[in-house]
Design a protein around this ligand. Sequence first.
Ligand code: PLP
Length: 241
Amino acid sequence: MVPTSSTPNVKTIAERLTDVRIRIENAAANAGRDASEIGLIAVSKKQPTAALEAALTAGQCDFGENYLQEALPKTEALTATTQTVSPIWHFIGDIQSNKTADIAAHFDWVHTLDRAKIARRLSEQRPSNALPLEVCIQVNIDQEASKSGVSPDQCAELATIVANLPGLRLRGLMTLPEPRNDFAAQRVPFAELARLRNELNGAGHILDVLSMGMSADLEAAVAEGATHLRIGSAVFGSRPE
Ligand SMILES: *Cc1c(COP(=O)(O)O)cnc(C)c1O
């Protein structure tokens, strides 16, 4: 038999998106939150353009990409094929200084800012006809040696620098914690990021975004106030290598 796109047991991207949206609604209800205040970013790294088009057709506008070289052809393809909805592009990978011009030109958001030098370059290189780039500071909440992100005690200093750059609009904090298995343990780093955000707001910042929660821990992130979930495998299936 020739396999078709309707092969039983293989969910379509539209079905997976529906499942994820239901998970978010349930998590929001459990936390006494309104699901409409929680954004879903479909993390499309290593996925082909057709997968992103299927998601866009199913009403998914926000996409997260980690690798600039891989992302640029997708941003071009989707922008060209879009009729009614425009995709919104979130950069969620490590940023090298030689990539800042393209990131500033082709993305709407950057979630992984962790150095003043990169912040200044992105601000200078943001095209003058575009709105400021929306940015989150990445916090290395578990203080892992191998992870990107500022340590929690360096966050205030970088926030002040970013808030004063004209090409950037500081929106909030992002984190990518070590994987933890149970719900209570998953909540700990997310609660810590929320606490840090509140501390910065107490010091005069106006941060409304907490970018936290992935396929395996979105419920814990919603419980701790996530406003932007970054979900890959639950939307697209496991990633091709
Ligand atoms: C890959 C990735 C995700 C999504 O991970 P899943 O477990 O597939 O949901 C989220 N955030 C960042 C920064 C990532 O690199």
